[in-house]
Design a protein around this ligand. Structure first.
Ligand SMILES: *[C@@H]1O[C@H](CO)[C@@H](O)[C@H](O)[C@H]1NC(C)=O
Length: 255
């Protein structure tokens, strides 16, 4: 009976999300968050176990993390005490600082936010060369207050505690000209390695930003991505849109 219901649900998902073809990812349960970048996919679950996708198997990584990210800056994560780690030679090495969320998607630099929603940036020379305690790490404090922060090749996007959306252009040395406000409301936002931007609002609707280019990093407007479930998390890389529903179902969608 339950299997029939599940099959019907998947059929409905396939039928209703006509813009994207979505399949349930059946061999991972209770994901908290996913990050896809540079062809790789990493995730954490609600028990704070980190995973790396190989074939269709979710390989358990060592340690315990509440947020993980992969991108040009490497693989990085934070644990429940907000301690920061980089993945080096198959293990986690700690880096100075405390962050609740971070993102390795920028041009080899990294961004993150701390428990007070203060945003920080780590230069490309610090991220790429980081080998463990002893390597230089000096976080640059950025202006403003945001709760979730993600970078791509054309800029960094963030949302604040009121779900307002902001864009900042940063160079590899973390230099920037501050935030520009973008229309709309989102509760989380992720920028892909190709520069596309996806987010979810607090009701669980998924959106993508149209018209993003190097010369127009703010794009032109939000477009709803039809989904049958209410989503809490989204990430996109190389024509794979990964979504985690509020009910903790993970799906992967292709255009
Ligand atoms: C989320 O997006 C949907 C679709 O545009 C909209 O109807 C809803 O009001 C939005 N929710 C919030 C909290 O903004």
């Amino acid at each position: 009976m339950r299997a029939t219901a599940a099959v019907l649900l998947v059929l409905c998902l396939l039928a209703l999300s006509h813009a994207w073809d979505c399949q349930e990812v059946v061999n991972i349960k209770n994901l908290m968050q996913i990050d896809a970048g540079l062809g790789q996919v990493v995730a954490t679950d609600t028990s704070q176990i980190p995973y790396y996708l190989v074939g269709d198997e979710w390989i358990r990584l060592p340690g315990s993390l509440k947020h993980i990210t992969v991108g040009p800056a490497g693989i990085w994560g934070v644990n429940k005490e907000d301690s920061i780690y980089k993945y080096v030679a198959g293990n986690w090495v700690q880096a100075a600082g405390l962050l609740k969320q971070l993102d390795a998607g920028g041009n080899q630099f990294m961004v993150g936010v701390n428990m007070d929603d203060t945003p920080f940036c780590l230069t490309s020379s610090a991220t790429v060369g980081y080998k463990g305690p002893g390597s230089p790490t000096s976080w640059t404090r950025l202006p403003g207050a945001v709760k979730y922060y993600s970078c791509g090749p054309f800029g960094c996007w963030a949302v604040n505690k009121n779900d307002d959306i902001f864009l900042m252009i940063l160079n590899q040395d973390c230099q920037n000209k501050g935030w520009s406000h973008i229309d709309g409301k989102l509760s989380m936002i992720e920028v892909a390695t190709d520069g596309s931007v996806f987010g979810v609002n607090s009701s669980g609707d998924v959106f993508t930003r149209d018209g993003i280019t190097a010369s127009k990093p703010e794009g032109t407007g939000w477009r709803k991505v039809p989904m049958f479930l209410r989503m809490k998390h989204v990430t996109y890389d190389l024509e794979h849109l990964w979504v985690v529903s509020k009910s903790a179902v993970t799906m992967v969608c292709t255009p």
